[in-house]
Design a protein around this ligand. Structure first.
Ligand code: SF4
Ligand code: SF4
Length: 148
């Protein structure tokens, strides 16, 4: 009768002085793994233009069919995205879009706080994707681990 009590008490004593592994979210945040795949970031070049050349590879490879791309072309024949939307509700965060991009224009981001009050807000357009400031995932690109 007393033995289970002592065992339980010993377990409590063993844990009572250990550092807690819980955090006071959202004031405190758990750092995410460097290869974490979260909300994408679209990169700009040194002139502030989108690095994306609207090649169409990422919407082609996307298994969730959640990237909408409408390509445009300027007078010099340079291609750029007129429309680039990602439906983050459908995205499965596989990272194929980053892996396939020949321009390193799209990167998975180390970001998980995607809560919204409206479904339509989960569709990120070109402006929102290029405005993301969170760090990017280090997956598959050891030469440019931060997507620079
Ligand atoms: S992470 Fe995968 S599912 Fe999401 S947009 Fe990229 S290719 Fe599509
Ligand atoms: S693969 Fe890269 S360059 Fe091609 S459309 Fe996607 S983001 Fe743009």
């Amino acid at each position: 009768m007393i033995r289970p009590f002592l065992v339980g008490f010993a377990t409590t004593l063993r844990h009572i002085f250990k550092k807690p592994i819980t955090v006071n979210y959202p004031e405190q945040k758990v750092p995410v793994f460097p290869k974490y795949r979260g909300k994408q970031v679209l990169m700009r070049d040194e002139h502030g233009l989108e690095k994306c050349v609207a090649c169409g590879l990422c919407p082609t490879v996307c298994p969730a069919n959640c990237i909408k791309l409408v390509p445009g072309e300027d007078e010099q024949g340079n291609r750029y995205p007129l429309v680039f939307d990602i439906d983050e509700f459908r995205c499965i965060f596989c990272g194929y879009c980053q892996e396939v991009c020949p321009e390193e224009a799209i990167h998975m981001g180390r970001h998980y706080e995607n809560a919204e009050f409206n479904r339509a807000r989960f569709v990120y357009d070109l402006e929102r994707l290029t405005a993301q400031t969170h760090p990017v995932s280090e997956l598959w690109d050891p030469a440019h681990p931060r997507g620079e």
